[in-house]
Write a protein that binds this ligand. Structure first.
Ligand code: MLT
Length: 255
């Protein structure tokens, strides 16, 4: 059964064990992580708190990492980058290890650690994530990071559009997957909206919060459906590109 949790507080009602997990935090953690991996970051190491990010940074070596993240949307004091996808250009982050802490996204990711594999999903890489999920033997648990414990409709729309794509891929095979109620609701939202737009994102609580701190331009980058072909995957506490992770784990590159 494909399940969607609309807020992380629901997570304890679901088992993530031994099934694929997808973390969705459209505004902006999962969009930014995906952008970082696409632009050649060596790895993104998620940290649940500022203290943990500093600890990880110091243990790797402060000069060897970029400390990134936000609180209230704004770059954390003393950190190298905030959480805007536009900051994570190839020139800045190629071959760098990024230690990232965000208000909701990296915390939610920590809670998904029982799932296997754990993918990072956003509008920017919907098709790529759907492709990976269609290869998996078990149905996924899709986790919307939400906003401070509340629903984020941008995450829910992204989850619904992801399910729609998974269903299209699956309909070519025998048997449609069962959907939990969270998945049915997300799919209904996606079918009603059709797709995402910058205006849709601007009306959400997370979109308004970004506008308030002068980061409204990020919305256009976060709304770019299928602009990125990579699927970031969390393994051994760090996020890398799927192909790279598999090369390391299996010694073979997947076609
Ligand atoms: C989060 O993890 O809460 C977000 O990504 C917030 C943001 O980017 O401002």
């Amino acid at each position: 059964m494909i399940d969607v949790v609309w807020t992380i507080s629901e997570l304890e009602q679901f088992s993530a064990q031994d099934r694929p997990g997808v973390l969705i935090d459209v505004l902006r953690a999962s969009t930014t992580m995906t952008t970082a991996i696409h632009n050649g970051a060596r790895a993104v190491v998620p940290a649940a708190s500022i203290e943990e990010a500093l600890r990880i940074g110091n243990s790797i070596g402060r000069d060897n990492v970029l400390l990134c993240g936000e609180r209230q949307g704004v770059r954390i004091e003393g950190f190298d980058l905030g959480n805007s996808p536009s900051e994570f250009t190839a020139g800045v982050i190629r071959q760098r290890t990024i230690v990232m802490t965000t208000t909701n996204g990296t915390r939610a990711l920590k809670l998904l650690s029982g799932a296997s594999p754990v993918f990072i999903g956003a509008f920017v890489n919907l098709r790529a994530v759907a492709r990976e999920l269609s290869r998996a033997e078990r149905d996924p648990l899709i986790v919307c990071a939400g906003l401070d414990g509340r629903v984020s409709v941008d995450d829910a729309l992204c989850a619904g559009m992801l399910i729609e794509r998974c269903l299209k891929k699956r309909s070519k095979r025998a048997g449609a997957p069962e959907l939990g109620d969270g998945a049915i609701a997300a799919l209904a939202l996606a079918r009603q909206q059709g797709t995402v737009s910058v205006d849709f994102l601007r009306d959400t609580a997370a979109g308004q919060a970004l506008e308030r701190v002068g980061l409204g331009e990020d919305l256009a980058l976060c709304a770019k459906v299928d602009s990125i072909l990579e699927v970031p995957i969390l393994r051994d506490s760090q996020i890398t590109r799927l192909e790279l992770a598999e090369q390391t784990a299996d010694g073979v590159k997947r076609k």
